[in-house]
Structures are given as C-alpha cells and as structure tokens.
Write a protein that binds this ligand. Structure first.
Ligand code: UDX
Length: 441
C-alpha cells in the first residue's frame, strides 16, 4: 500500500516507520526543513528506543521517504494519515490550527480517491471538519476515518507493532476494509466503529488511565496515614480481572504529552455541551496536588529547605524518554528553588530537554547520578530510570551529607533499605526513619 503521513512528531514518525516495517511504501511530510533533512540523514530527533535502527533499515530498503511537500507525499498515496500536533490552548482545548492547515494542503493536492485518516487526538467532530475543508478544494470522491493512536513514549515501536487493539471509525465500507487489511498483521482485536465514537474512545481511554493513577495516588495518601502499604494494596486489587494490575503504581502523578492535555481537553469537550465532568476535574486536581508530597516529605525530614542542596534524580516524565512535557519534575524543581533550596539535578537523557524549558541560576546541572548526591542534604527520586533502581543504596548513604531518600516512584524495597542507615520516605508506604542529628550547614 502507498501511505502518506503528515507530521513527523512522536505519533507520525513512529507510525510511518512501523507501516514501512510492515512492507508498505511510506512518505512522511513535515513543514520543518531542518527536521526533514535530519530524518533523511537517518537521524531521529526524539529519544525512543528501537526507532532509529528501524527507521534506517526501512529508509535503506526504499520503503520510507521524507519530504516537506504535502503534494509530493500524497500523489501516489491510497491512505493519508494526519498526525500533526494538537497542543493545548490556554483554556485546555486542543489547538486545531495544524489539523486545519494539513486538511487544506491535502485538499489542494488531492489527485484521486484516498482514505484520509486522522491519528492526532482531536475533539469529536474533527474528522467531519477535515472532510469539509478537503471538500472545499477537491470535488472528487474520498473517504474519512478516525484512527486514534494508543502508543506510549519509551515503548512506542513495540506498542505500535503489538497493540492491544486497533480502533478506527469510518462510515465507508471500502475504507473499513482497506484499513482492516493495513492493520490485520498487527492484532486480531480490530474495533470498527463510527467516526465520533472512535474519536471519543481515545479521550475516554486516556481519561480512564489517568483516573486509575489519581485513584491509586489518593489511596496511597490514605495508606500513609493509616499505616498501610499501597504497593500491597495495588497488588491485591490488581488480581481482580475487572480492575487489572496496570496503572496502579502510586507516585508523584502523571505527566507527559497526553494525559495532562487529553484530560483537560475532555473536560472542555464536556463543558462545550454543558456537561460538568466532575470526576475528571478531580482527577486533574489530585494529580496536581500529588507532586507536592515530595516537598512535604522533605520538610518533614529537614525542617527547612532554605540553603539545602537537594539531589534530584530524574527529570523526564517517565523513563526511556527525554520528554519533559508536563513532567512533575518541572514544578518540583521550581518549588525547591522558590523555597530557597539548591536542586542538583541529573537525568540520563533529559538534561538538555529540561534545560531548554527550565533554567535558573540556582540550579546545579550534574553529569552523573553520583555527582548529584555527593554532599547533598537529601535525594529525591522523581523518574524510575533503571540506573537509579539499580544504584547501590549503601553508596547513596555514603554520598549524602544527610542520608534522606525521598522515593517518588517506590522503586526500593524495605529489605534493601533496612540494611542501610537511610531515612526512607516512599509514597503510600511506611516511612523507614532513623533518628539522628542532621548536618546543618
Ligand atoms: C499515554 C498512554 O498510555 C498512551 O496510550 C497514549 O497514546 C499516550 O499517553 P505516555 O504518556 O507515553 O502514554 O506514558 P504512560 O506510560 O502511559 O505514562 C504516563 C504517565 O503516567 C507517566 O508520567 C507515568 O509515570 C505515569 N504513571 C503511569 C503513573 O504514575 N502510574 C502508573 O501506574 C502508570
């Protein structure tokens, strides 16, 4: 099949590479000439495990090409996939300007029947809007489909090649059979539905997962007060197949490019039809509040943050990505500085991307995990990178001036911690506190 993908962001690039890997001829378009040049040279602008070798092998095999010109890309395409960004507007609504430009350019370049799919996360009704824009420019026949994307950063290639399900919404039998043929090698679970329901499935899925996270975070906060252990609670809950074990990891709240944006957008979508989505509003509020738990624990341990050096391990919103969009670390570091502390930050891959969006003279940028903890008054672990999970606890204790470990992701076991002199503050699990005089300097 000939496929054009408009937009080479996370979703567009990964989808394009994976469709090529399935043996299709894929043309990817991006407005940014520098990005296209980079991609043509075999370089991937994002950190995503496994993506670069797959991109290179498909480009070498001649199945994957890049261009800045929409008309060139779609000329021979049977399926056109719109995967441009829909960033949040200040009121939480998705910004549709890139979708509209893409639709206009497709409309102008149409040269025959094609199936126009929207993969970007878009409000209900957007596919109809895209259809109307294209129809303004092109009078021939074409079909539309909503093909929502469920990939996660860090496991994007694996998620795309082995999805739990593929969903598409279309009113056209022909488009449905073409898209079924395209996705059949990936999964048996193909949900074909109407366009509006497909658009809603994406928002509902992300909102539900965000709800699970906020729910377990609130359970964690209660566990801290009643002396229970949230990881045990989550384990006990997760065996119930109706609940499921995943997305019940308590921590410092969700971040990233999807959950924060899509939850707020769905609240707006509901508001636009005069529906007050109370539950989802609470999910967002709980998530916001959850970040402050780290600071409360630091206060409890140190009494004051003024003049304290605080090691921060992890800036990315989750491991295996350099993405810091809506990362809880942004706000935690900002608060630390506001409270007079000196954050010594380290992340295996996200230092540069963090620095681009947040910098302050009070910060110390460290090139290793060891450098960050050396002589610091406490350590906060904010992202569960393998490097941190495997770090020797005795070495942490030895390096810190005050052996205080705030584990925002619950990565260490009590057995391991008990063998050390660390005061250990996890999330929703009992504190392991060692009475001692702290160094104040
Ligand atoms: C998410 C969805 O999973 C994916 O289907 C959708 O297409 C895009 O949004 P992503 O943002 O890449 O993917 O990451 P994900 O692994 O879902 O994690 C999101 C956030 O939730 C991270 O900050 C993570 O740390 C947090 N999280 C996740 C928890 O705090 N607890 C959990 O149990 C799971």
């Amino acid at each position: 099949m000939n496929i054009a993908v408009i937009g080479t962001g996370y979703v567009g690039l990964v989808s394009g590479v994976c469709y090529a890997e399935l043996g299709h001829d894929v043309y990817c378009v991006d407005k940014d000439p520098a990005k296209v040049e980079l991609l043509q040279g075999g370089e991937v602008p994002i950190y995503e495990p496994g993506l670069q070798p797959l991109m290179r092998s498909n480009a070498d095999a001649g199945r994957l090409k890049f261009t800045t010109d929409t008309a060139t890309a779609i000329a021979g395409a049977e399926v056109v996939i719109i995967a441009v960004g829909t960033p949040p507007l200040p009121n939480g609504e998705a910004d549709m300007q890139y979708i509209e430009v893409a639709a206009k350019e497709i409309g102008e370049a149409m040269n025959g029947y094609k199936v126009i799919c929207v993969k970007s996360t878009v409000p209900v009704g957007t596919n109809e809007r895209v259809r109307a824009i294209i129809a303004d420019y092109y009078k021939g026949s074409f079909d539309n489909a909503s093909v929502p994307e469920f990939l996660r950063e860090g496991t994007a290639v694996q998620d795309t090649m082995n999805p739990d399900r593929v969903v598409f919404g279309t009113e056209s039998k022909h488009a449905a059979s073409l898209l079924t043929e395209l996705h059949a090698p990936l999964t048996k679970e193909i949900v074909v539905t109407d366009i509006r329901s497909a658009e809603m499935i994406k928002y509902a899925s992300n909102a539900f997962l965000a709800t699970k996270i906020s729910f377990i975070n609130e359970i964690a906060n209660i566990c801290e007060k009643v002396g229970a252990d949230v990881s045990e609670v989550a384990k006990g809950m997760g065996y119930d197949r109706r609940i499921g074990a995943s997305f019940l990891r308590a921590g410092i709240g969700y971040g990233g490019s999807c959950f924060p944006k899509d939850t707020k957008a769905l609240i707006q979508i509901a508001g636009n039809v005069a529906y007050d989505f109370k539950l989802l509003k609470a999910v967002v509020e709980v998530n916001q509040h959850q970040r402050y738990g780290v600071l409360d624990k630091l206060f409890n341990a140190l009494g004051t943050l003024k003049g304290k050096t605080i090691a921060v391990w992890g800036l990315a919103f989750k491991p295996e990505t350099d993405d810091v969009r809506e990362s809880p670390a942004l706000e935690i570091v900002d608060r630390l500085i506001a409270l007079g502390a000196v954050p010594k930050v380290y992340d295996p891959v996200a230092l540069e991307s963090f620095r681009k969006v947040y910098d302050d003279p009070a910060m110390m940028w460290c090139q290793s995990a060891q450098e960050a903890i050396q002589g610091s008054d406490a350590l906060c672990l904010l992202t569960e990178w393998k490097e941190f999970v495997e770090f020797d606890l005795a070495a942490i204790e030895a390096a810190l001036a005050n052996p205080i470990l705030i584990d925002g992701r619950n990565v260490y076991s009590y057995e391991a911690v008990k063998g050390t002199g660390l005061s250990y503050y996890p999330v929703g699990r009992p504190v392991h506190h060692i009475e001692r005089e702290y160094v104040h300097g």
